[in-house]
Design a binder for this molecule. Structure first.
Ligand SMILES: [Zn+2]
Length: 246
């Protein structure tokens, strides 16, 4: 076994000399690996231990610059003195945590009893933000499963959905990404997802239509090929929505 300095250490050492920002270091690392880093991608694998706190400070300093450009007196206005730090923490640890934090641990179990009846889980809260304006998208989601060889606990669907939605998104892509993650976790024979959400870029700004919502769905596997199964899924969701008064 030869003893060599890991590449990352060499790169970190070079970075210290060139005084790069932590965001530049992480971005270079992602680019060198050829990975995409769009707003709705997770980049947790590229953030090394100890770098997250530095990133929080960098984002806070950028938000402070934004407030200054908006000509807000961050030195003397006691309401905004710590806004930059709050916004940084909110982006990195709460509303966009699905970009910077790894996927919650989900254990799957073998489907020993060969369950093959479909079931739906919902409503699950949708808390997201639009990639175009970074304002909230709030709504609900229903997931329908026809089990395959693996099963996961019901609460895990909500945890994975929260992780996926907590990124800047457009709703159509959010649903596809959630479907991909659920397929990876439990390899269902059939999968259906419906999202109904209100977009604050329509309520708070723009056309200011407070009651407009967007509904979209994705169906995969047996839900796609078997029309009666697809109908059963939509019927179950309708019943769940009715009992929840939504
Ligand atoms: Zn928007």
């Amino acid at each position: 076994m030869t003893s060599t300095l890991p590449n990352d250490n060499i790169r970190n050492f070079d970075d210290q000399i060139t005084n790069k920002l932590i965001s530049e270091i992480i971005r270079d690392r992602i680019k060198n690996s050829g990975t995409r880093f769009s707003a709705n991608d997770n980049i947790a694998d590229f953030i090394n231990p100890g770098e997250f706190e530095i990133l929080e400070r960098e984002v806070a300093s950028r938000v402070k610059d934004l407030l200054k450009s908006l000509i807000i007196d961050v030195e003397n206005d006691h309401n905004t003195q710590e806004t930059a730090e709050r916004v940084s923490k909110m982006y990195l640890n709460e509303v966009f945590k699905g970009r910077y934090h790894p996927q919650p641990k989900v254990t799957s179990f073998p489907n020993d009893k060969n369950l093959d009846e479909i079931y739906t889980v919902g409503p699950i809260s949708v808390r997201s933000a639009c990639s175009h304006h970074l304002v909230p998208i709030l709504g609900e989601c229903w997931i329908g499963i026809k089990p395959g060889n693996k099963v996961i606990g019901l609460s895990k669907f909500a945890r994975v959905a929260d992780w996926v939605f907590s990124r800047p998104h457009i709703q159509e892509e959010a649903v596809m990404i959630l479907a991909d993650e659920i397929e990876k976790l439990c390899e269902p024979k059939g999968l259906g997802i419906i999202v109904k959400a209100q977009h604050y870029c329509m309520k708070w700004r723009g056309v200011k239509e407070p009651n407009t919502s967007m509904i979209n769905s994705v169906v995969r596997g047996d839900f796609r090929h078997d029309l009666s199964l697809k109908q059963e899924f939509f019927e179950l969701v309708k019943q769940q929505s009715a009992t929840n008064n939504y």
